[in-house]
Design a protein around this ligand. Structure first.
Ligand code: ZN
Length: 344
């Protein structure tokens, strides 16, 4: 089964490890590397550029293991500080391409050619617009470097919007909507046909984007709030808006967004099946894909890494999803929404 995944954090992981692209090439990287993708049929995905915040109070993922939690939003990062960190990750993507491990794709036709050639399609995404200046000159620079997908925020405020905190239990309606600069940025993204990602945006910001964006609404790695009442997950009203726009939701594998109790500890695959059922019921058969969060979160141990993706496909078959539906979830729906967003 071909798998195109909506979200991974391997670029920031490689940057943190400080050994360049070698761990990816040699099959020693975390959840995603060249060997794991080849083994599992993962043919491509959105690779996030992500500027980390220092984590006070211990490991970020460990803080999410408590029965309830309410993490303060980290301090905003000025764009001049965020930019070199982001550009180093873009450089890692370019190095992966130069080494022949991936092809950086900016159209669905390119993704399809890349997959047909047996190579890995890398779509450059930026998780949070921290590295963009108010005049948006850097948007043009990053676009020229291949950026085709952008989230206005990670769970941290920017000059464009407010991120949703890691809070459980909680609804997503926390904080104000987009700033004027945020509205400008959405319009610029629409004009350049850059995908605007709604994952990590608070609810007010979500509705602002829904009001002004001319593109399908996409949440690359988010789950249904009714099954796991985490602030990061989407209400049924939000899912309905995504459906109306012809958009897509990518199933997030992070256990804290799957488990009903919101804890970032192991879980079996049953909640993933329940999430898929709910998302398909509310967003539609053509509106659900995968958004693993590989290398950014704890994922169910039965999957473990990109090498375990066939286990997820098997679980979908056993659960009774039709073959066509599984293909749609695994790659066809992402191709559809990228084509609708980018054109061509
Ligand atoms: Zn994320």
């Amino acid at each position: 089964m071909r798998i195109f995944d909506g979200h991974n954090d391997i670029l920031s992981q490689l940057q943190r490890e400080g050994q360049g692209i070698t761990p990816f090439l040699e099959g020693r990287a975390g959840h995603i590397d060249a060997l794991k993708c080849r083994e599992s049929g993962m043919v491509g995905g959105l690779f996030a550029v992500y500027v980390p915040s220092p984590s006070p109070g211990g490991s970020f993922l460990e803080q999410l293991q408590a029965p309830s939690y309410d993490l303060a939003l980290p301090e905003p990062i000025p764009w001049r500080e965020a930019l070199p960190v982001a550009l180093e990750q873009v450089a890692l993507a370019l190095k992966l391409e130069a080494a022949g491990a991936v092809r950086l794709c900016t159209s669905v036709a390119e993704i399809e050619t890349t997959v047909a050639d047996g190579s890995l399609a890398l779509v450059l995404h930026m998780e949070g617009a921290d590295a963009l200046d108010p005049e948006l000159h850097m948007l043009d620079v990053l676009y020229a470097s291949g950026l085709r997908s952008l989230g206005l925020v990670w769970s941290r405020n920017t000059i464009f919007a407010q991120g949703v905190p890691f809070r459980y239990p909680s609804g997503p309606d926390i904080g104000a909507g987009l700033t004027d600069l945020g509205r400008d940025l959405v319009a610029r993204c629409n004009g350049k046909r850059i995908l605007v990602d709604l994952a990590h945006l608070n609810e007010a910001g979500f509705w602002d984007v829904a009001d002004i964006s001319t593109a399908p609404l996409v949440a690359s790695h988010s789950n249904a709030h009714v099954l796991c009442p985490h602030a990061r997950n989407l209400t049924d009203d939000q899912l309905a808006a995504i459906a109306r726009s012809g958009g897509l939701v990518g199933l997030n594998f992070a256990t804290a967004f799957l488990r009903q109790d919101g804890r970032m500890v192991d879980v079996d695959l049953a909640p993933m099946m329940a999430q898929l059922e709910h998302l398909i019921a509310h967003v539609g058969a053509e509106g659900v894909g995968l958004g693993s969060d590989f290398d950014g979160a704890l994922v169910p141990s039965e999957i473990g890494s990109a090498a375990g993706l066939p286990v997820l496909v098997q679980a979908m078959e056993t659960h009774g999803f039709a073959a066509r539906q599984i293909e749609q979830i695994c790659h066809l729906n992402w191709m559809r929404v990228l084509r609708d967003t980018w054109g061509g």
